[in-house]
Design a protein around this ligand. Structure first.
Ligand SMILES: Cc1cc2nc3c(=O)[nH]c(=O)nc-3n(C[C@H](O)[C@H](O)[C@H](O)COP(=O)(O)OP(=O)(O)OC[C@H]3O[C@@H](n4cnc5c(N)ncnc54)[C@H](O)[C@@H]3O)c2cc1C
Length: 481
C-alpha cells in the first residue's frame, strides 16, 4: 500500500508558517510519497460547542479559499462534510483502506478535541501509520514557560517576563509558504463534499494575502498609537485580527515576526504601542497555558473554586435584556448590539458588558461566556473563558471582586463624545454628549428602555455576595484544618 502524508487542518488554516504542511511536504519529498490536505466540517459538534453561525460560515469560506490557494501549488485539499467528532475516525478508516497514513496535525487542547484525536491516533497507528503532532498554536507551547521551581505561572506579569526572555533567547521563526509540488492525482474514496455556509461572514476577507496585508498595515500604520487608541471603541485602533488568529489564518509567530520587522526600535520599549500589542498576544498564550495546566476550566469550573458558591440571581428577564442590548445603559446596549449585528465586539466593551452581567445583574458568568461564544466570529475557548473569569473575579489574575466598573463613567471615559453609542443605539442619536451616557434624566428619550437596575444598589449587593462566599470558604477552611 502507498503511504500518504495527510495534513489534517483544524485551526491552522494557512499555507504560510504552517509546520504541519511544511513537514508533510518535506517528508513526502524524502520518501517519494504523496501529500493530501484534509479538513472535516463537523456542524453538530460546532453546535454543541455553541459556535456562532458567523464563525461557522467564516470557517467554511476560509477552507474553500485555502483550497484554491493550495491548488495553485498543486496541493490537493479534500474538504469533507462530516457531522460530529464521533464520525471522524470513520473518515480515517476509509482512507486507511487505501493508504498507510502519516498524519500531521496541530495539537488542540480542549477536551472533546483531545478525545477525537486520541481515537483517530489509535486507528492510524493500528493501521501501521504515524501520528505526528505539532504544538504550534502558541509561540511558546503550553508548559514551556515555568517558574524557576518548575511551576506554572498563575499571574500574568511574571509569565510575560519569562515569556519575553524565552523570545529573546530563541527568537521567532516562521515556515515559508510551500513551493509547487509535483504528484500524480490521488485515487480517493468517495466522501460528501463540504457545503458552503450562509455567507454571514462576508464582510471579513478570507484570502491569506489580504489577511497578511492587514497585519502589515496594522504594524506599519497603527501599532505605534495602539497604547492611546486601543481603549476607544469608536476608533479603529486595534488590529481586528482575532478572528484570523482563532482559526489560524495567521499565526501568533507571524504577528510577532511582522511586529519586530516593522517596529525594530520600539517593540521592546516599555509601554510603546508595539510592546503593549505584544502583551496582548502574550495574554492569548497565557490563557492557553492556563487551560492546559488546569483542564477543569474546560469543564466550566472557575479557577478560584470557592466562587462556585456564589448565589447568582440568574434572572432570565434581565439576562434577555442584556443579550438584546436593552438594559437602559447606553454603552452596554451599544456593545451588545455591535456583537449581535457584527459578530465582533471591542475589547473594552467586552470588559464592560461582562462586568455588567456579573456585577450589576448578578448572573452567572458562564451564561455570558456561552452567549458570547454563540455570537462571536472570533469565539475561542481559552480567551473567552479567560476574559469572562477575569471580569467575574473568578479567574487567575482576575480583577479583584471589589473593583466594579461603573458603566456610565466607563462610557464617559472611553466614548466621550458618544460617537460609538450613536452608531448602535439609534434611539439616542439626537442626544448631546452630556446626556447620551445617561439619558434618563428629565424623561429625555421615551423610546429607549429605562435602566433595568440601579448601579449603586447592584454594586453594594455584589460586594456582599462575594464577601459572603469568601467568609464561608475561609470559615470552612479554618474548621477543616
Ligand atoms: C469577556 C471577554 C471575552 C473575550 N472573548 C474572546 C474570544 O472569544 N476570542 C478572542 O480571540 N478574544 C477574546 N477576548 C479578548 C479580546 O477582547 C479580543 O481578543 C480582542 O478584542 C480582539 O480584537 P483585536 O483582534 O482587534 O485585538 P488586538 O487588540 O489587536 O490584540 C491582538 C490579538 O491579541 C489577542 N488578545 C487581545 N486581547 C486579549 C485578551 N484579553 N485575552 C486573550 N487574547 C487577547 C487576540 O488574539 C487579538 O487578536 C475576550 C475578552 C473578554 C474581556
Amino acid at each position: 500500500m502507498n503511504s500518504l502524508n495527510l495534513v489534517w487542518l483544524r485551526n491552522d488554516l494557512r499555507s504560510y508558517d504552517n509546520v504541519c504542511l511544511h513537514s508533510a511536504i518535506e517528508h513526502a519529498k524524502r520518501t517519494a510519497s504523496q501529500v493530501l490536505v484534509l479538513f472535516i466540517a463537523t456542524p453538530d459538534t460546532w453546535q454543541l460547542h455553541d459556535m456562532a453561525a458567523i464563525k461557522q460560515d467564516f470557517l467554511r469560506r476560509r477552507v474553500l479559499q485555502l483550497q484554491q490557494e493550495l491548488a495553485e501549488l498543486a496541493i490537493p485539499l479534500l474538504a469533507i462534510e462530516g457531522s460530529s467528532y464521533a464520525d471522524t475516525p470513520q473518515i480515517f478508516a476509509a482512507l486507511s483502506k487505501r493508504f498507510v497514513l502519516n498524519v500531521f496535525l496541530q495539537t488542540e487542547y480542549e477536551l472533546r478535541e483531545q478525545q477525537r484525536d486520541a481515537a483517530v491516533e489509535q486507528l492510524v497507528l493500528s493501521s501501521g501509520g504515524q501520528f505526528i503532532r505539532f504544538d504550534s498554536q502558541c509561540i511558546m507551547p503550553p508548559g514551556a514557560i515555568r517558574t524557576q521551581q518548575g511551576a506554572i505561572y498563575k499571574v500574568f506579569t511574571p509569565f510575560k517576563r519569562t515569556w519575553l526572555s524565552a523570545l529573546h533567547s530563541q527568537g521567532v521563526t516562521c515556515y515559508p509558504r510551500p513551493k509547487t509540488i509535483e504528484q500524480a492525482a490521488l485515487m480517493l474514496p468517495e466522501f460528501t463534499p463540504m457545503q458552503t455556509g450562509d455567507n454571514s461572514s462576508v464582510d471579513w476577507p478570507v484570502a491569506e494575502q489580504d489577511v497578511l496585508n492587514l497585519l502589515r498595515a496594522f504594524c506599519r500604520e497603527k501599532v505605534a498609537n495602539y497604547t492611546n487608541a486601543r481603549d476607544y471603541p469608536a476608533i479603529a485602533g486595534t488590529s481586528k485580527l482575532s478572528a484570523y488568529l482563532a482559526i489560524g489564518v495567521v499565526s501568533a509567530a507571524q504577528c510577532v515576526a511582522r511586529l519586530q520587522m516593522e517596529m525594530k526600535d520600539s517593540w521592546q520599549q516599555d509601554k510603546s504601542g508595539a510592546e503593549v500589542w505584544l502583551s496582548e498576544l502574550i495574554w492569548r498564550e497565557f490563557y492557553k497555558h492556563i487551560l492546559v495546566a488546569y483542564p477543569n476550566l474546560i469543564k466550566h469550573q472557575p479557577f478560584q473554586i470557592e466562587t462556585n458558591g456564589i448565589r447568582w440571581s440568574n434572572n432570565q428577564a434581565l439576562f434577555q435584556a442584556w443579550c438584546e442590548g436593552k438594559t437602559g445603559y447606553p454603552i452596554v446596549d451599544a456593545a451588545m448590539r455591535q456583537l449581535n449585528q457584527t459578530g465582533w465586539m471591542h475589547n473594552r466593551l467586552r470588559m464592560i458588558t461582562a462586568s455588567f452581567l456579573v456585577k450589576d445583574l448578578h448572573i452567572d458568568w458562564r451564561w455570558g461566556e456561552r452567549y458570547f461564544m454563540s455570537k462571536l466570529i472570533d469565539g475561542e475557548f481559552a480567551a473567552n473563558n479567560g476574559g469572562w473569569q477575569w471580569a467575574a473575579s473568578t479567574g487567575t489574575d482576575a480583577v479583584p471582586y471589589f473593583r466594579i466598573f461603573n458603566p456610565t463613567s466607563q462610557s464617559e471615559k472611553f466614548d466621550p463624545s458618544g460617537e460609538f453609542i450613536r452608531l448602535y443605539v439609534p434611539e439616542l442619536r439626537h442626544l448631546q454628549e452630556k446626556s447620551i451616557h445617561w439619558p434618563h434624566n428629565n424623561g429625555l428619550v421615551l423610546a429607549y428602555p429605562a435602566p433595568i437596575v440601579d448601579h449603586a444598589v447592584a454594586r453594594k449587593y455584589t460586594l456582599e455576595l462575594f464577601a459572603e462566599v469568601k467568609n464561608r470558604y475561609e470559615h470552612s477552611a479554618n474548621t477543616t484544618h
